[in-house]
Design a binder for this molecule. Structure first.
Ligand SMILES: [Ca+2]
Ligand SMILES: [Ca+2]
Ligand SMILES: [Ca+2]
Length: 316
């Protein structure tokens, strides 16, 4: 027996809507924030020491994609960056500030070992301004054992999340800062001749036409990354718009986990619909905290309420 929509009562529509919602909630696996250290081997080991920062500085950092093995397939959204002080630093906890700090992120085809000394040459893909130009103030409490490794407490909160998928290339971060006040602490990093998995170039004096003066081992950074499978249109929430993106892209071949390839097999197919459905409702708006899933008893009450309210309205 087939019902036309006009023959289905509002009550039954409400019931079916609730069943659909229930099915979505049962399968839901929401966003999760992962903190990882790059280069990965510095997570538990003290590195070398950085040089002192000049008052005006532009720096690019490349981290090889293989340093992100701790991420689930497809990576996720970068939401914050933290540095840590060099473990050998002794003295009062320093604080410093800059009048202007801008941070950008992109995926680069450049490798750390062959990173160009020209800033522009390292930008091989679309760059996202993850921290718009604004003053910054920070410092460190030098927490952690004498000699390091110290806690990552030099904090850069980003105002725009950046989607990083290691399958697409290496991660390029760029910091541009000027108007420094105070004395920056030295940071922990790889040794200058250790550029196999991360490297940095640094230039100063003029932000607009900087000349890189050195390419050396890069800094230890703790990155907060929010995994959000199913967010195919990259607007930081898994909702109906992602279904549209999936439908339009259906059948296309892409880089693993790019676009609407939720399961990472390189083709937009039915399995990616399942990934979307299972993560429906996830978002990074709450920093990756799990969204509370109603208890079964509360869901039953909600279903009863939805079913009864239209019925009572018809009676009055
Ligand atoms: Ca160090
Ligand atoms: Ca989305
Ligand atoms: Ca797929």
């Amino acid at each position: 027996m087939v019902h036309r929509l006009s023959q289905v009562s509002p009550t039954w529509l409400a019931v079916w809507s609730m069943i659909a919602l229930l099915a979505g909630l049962v399968g839901a696996a929401h966003a999760a924030e992962i903190k990882l250290v790059v280069p990965a081997d510095l997570a538990t080991a003290e590195g070398a020491s950085s040089a002192a920062w000049p008052p005006v500085v532009r720096a690019q950092y490349i981290y090889a994609a293989n340093q992100f093995a701790a991420l689930p397939g497809g990576g996720g959204y970068l939401t914050s960056i933290r540095w840590r002080p060099d473990g050998a630093t002794i003295g009062d906890p320093p604080d410093w500030s800059v009048d202007e700090l801008t941070i950008t992120a992109s995926v680069t085809a450049q490798a750390p070992e062959t990173m160009s000394m020209e800033f522009a040459d390292n930008i091989t893909g679309p760059a996202t301004i993850v921290r718009a130009t604004a003053p910054w103030q920070g410092g460190t409490q030098n927490l952690g054992p004498a000699g390091g490794p110290k806690a990552f407490d030099i904090d850069f909160v980003l105002d725009t999340p950046f989607r990083y998928n290691p399958a697409e290339g290496n991660l390029l971060l760029e910091f541009a800062a000027q108007g420094m006040d105070g004395t920056p602490t030295l940071q922990d990093r790889l040794a200058a001749d250790d550029q196999s998995r991360a490297a940095l170039i640094v230039g100063w004096t003029d932000l607009n036409s900087p000349t890189a003066l050195a390419r050396v081992g890069s800094m230890a950074m703790e990155l907060a990354i929010v995994s959000l499978p199913g967010d195919y249109n990259e607007d930081f929430i898994v909702d109906a718009l992602d279904y549209d993106t999936w439908k339009i892209a259906f059948g296309s071949t892409v880089v693993a986990y790019a676009g609407a390839d939720g399961n990472g097999d390189g083709i937009v197919n039915a399995a990616d619909y399942t990934v979307w459905r299972n993560h429906f409702g996830g978002s990074i708006a709450n920093g990756g905290e799990s969204i509370a899933i109603p208890e079964p008893a509360a869901l039953v009450l909600a279903m009863i309420a939805v079913v009864l309210i239209p019925a009572r309205r018809r009676q009055t």
